[in-house]
Ligand binder design. Structure first.
Ligand code: IDC
Length: 314
C-alpha cells in the first residue's frame, strides 16, 4: 500500500486548504508526542510504523518544549549540550517518518513560557539550526508557537498583533533557509483565536493557523469561531486536540469529540491527537500500566488510545 507521502507528495497551502502534489486537498491525521525530554523512547520506528499501518496515521508531531514548566527542561532553559541532544531527537523522528513515508511536524512547544516573544531569540536559534538539518526532508512541516497565552507584563492575553510580531521575526528565518515548507502559526488564547487570525492573516505564502480543542472543555463557542474563520477563508490545522478536558485529564467526552471530528472531517481539516505517552492522565494514548514503547495491543492502549483508533479510521 502506498505510504501517505507516496500518495500526496510535498504539501503546500492554497486558499484555505492543504494541497498535495496532484492538486487535491490533503487531510492528515496523527499523533503528537508528549515532552520529548520526558518521553523520547516513543520516537522509534516500530511504534511509528504501527501507527501508520494499524491506526491510519499519516503525520507525527514532535513536541519540542521550549521553556520552563514542570520538569520540562526545555530548549530555552537548557545548556548547549542538552540542546544538541534535543535536536538529535527531532532529526531522528523526522528521519523515521521520512523512511516510513509519514509527514512530520516540528513543534516549538511554547506553553508555560506564555508568550512566544519571551524566547524569540531561542526560537530563532532553534529554527536556524534545525532548518538546515531538515532542509532535505520534504515531509516536514514547521509549527512556530504551540499555544500563545499570557503577556507577562500586562498579565493579559497575548494579542494577535503580538503573535504576528513574533511570526514576522521567525518565519523569515525559516524561509531564508528553506522556503518550501508549510509553516503553522499559533493563535491567541492557547491557540483558539482563529477568528482573530482570519480577520488579519499574515502576509506570507504557505502559512496555516492553529486551532486546538479539548472536547470536554471547548464546545459550540469554539466551533463557531472555527466556522467563522473558515468562512473568511483561513487555512486551519488542528495541531493538537484532546478527547477530554483542557488540562489533559478528566473525563472523555465522546459526544463532543464526535461533533468536533465530524466537523473537521467535513472540511478535510488535518488533526493531531495529544499525547504519545503512558503518563497517568486521560490524554495519554498508552495505558499507564504499559511499559512497552512499540508493539502495542489494544490492551496496552488507554481509553483515549482506543478512541483515537476509531477517530483515525473515520
Ligand atoms: C500537558 C500534559 C501534562 C503536563 C502539562 C504541563 O498533558 O502531562 O503536565 O501539559 O506540561 C495543551 C498543551 C499541552 C498540554 C495539554 C494538556 O499544548 O502541552 O499537555 N494541553 O493540558 N494545550 C491544551 C491542553
Amino acid at each position: 500500500m502506498a505510504t501517505p507521502f507516496e500518495k500526496y507528495g510535498k504539501l503546500h497551502v492554497e486558499g484555505k486548504n492543504l494541497i498535495g502534489e496532484n492538486g487535491n486537498i490533503v487531510q492528515l491525521k496523527g499523533i503528537s508526542t508528549h515532552n520529548l525530554n520526558e518521553y523520547p523512547q516513543y520516537v522509534n520506528e516500530k511504534a511509528f510504523k504501527q501507527f501508520r499501518d494499524e491506526y491510519n496515521v499519516s503525520i507525527m508531531r514532535l513536541a519540542m518544549y521550549s521553556g520552563f514548566a514542570d520538569n520540562h527542561n526545555g530548549y530555552a532553559d537548557s545548556g548547549d549540550a542538552h540542546r544538541a541532544e534535543l535536536e538529535d531527537i527531532i532529526v531522528k523522528g523526522v528521519e523515521i517518518c521520512d523512511s516510513l513515508g509519514l509527514y512530520c511536524m516540528v513543534d516549538w512547544h511554547i506553553l508555560l513560557d506564555y508568550d512566544p516573544n519571551m524566547h524569540t531569540d531561542m526560537a530563532v536559534r532553534f529554527f536556524k539550526s534545525i532548518c538546515v538539518k531538515l532542509k532535505k526532508y520534504d515531509n516536514v512541516i514547521y509549527e512556530i508557537c504551540n499555544e500563545p497565552n499570557m503577556n507577562l507584563e500586562t498579565k493579559e492575553e497575548v494579542t494577535w498583533d503580538q503573535i504576528k510580531n513574533y511570526a514576522r521575526e521567525v518565519i523569515p528565518v525559516i524561509k531564508a533557509i528553506d522556503d518550501t515548507k508549510v509553516i503553522i502559526v499559533g493563535t491567541t488564547i492557547w491557540s483558539q483565536g482563529v477568528d482573530k487570525a482570519a480577520d488579519a492573516p499574515l502576509d506570507y505564502e504557505n502559512i496555516m493557523y492553529t486551532l486546538h480543542f479539548y472536547a470536554d472543555t471547548h464546545r459550540d463557542a469554539l466551533r463557531d469561531k472555527f466556522k467563522y474563520a473558515r468562512s473568511k477563508g483561513l487555512p486551519i490545522f488542528v495541531t493538537e486536540f484532546g478527547v477530554g478536558r483542557a488540562d489533559g485529564d478528566g473525563d472523555i467526552n465522546v459526544e463532543e469529540s464526535e461533533k468536533w471530528i465530524d466537523l473537521l472531517n467535513s472540511e478535510k481539516i488535518s488533526y493531531i491527537i495529544w499525547n504519545l505517552s503512558n503518563k497517568a492522565e486521560t490524554s495519554s494514548i498508552i495505558a499507564s500500566k504499559c511499559d512497552k514503547t512499540f508493539g502495542f495491543t489494544d490492551d496496552d492502549l488507554s481509553p483515549c488510545g482506543l478512541m483515537m483508533k476509531d477517530i483515525m479510521r473515520k
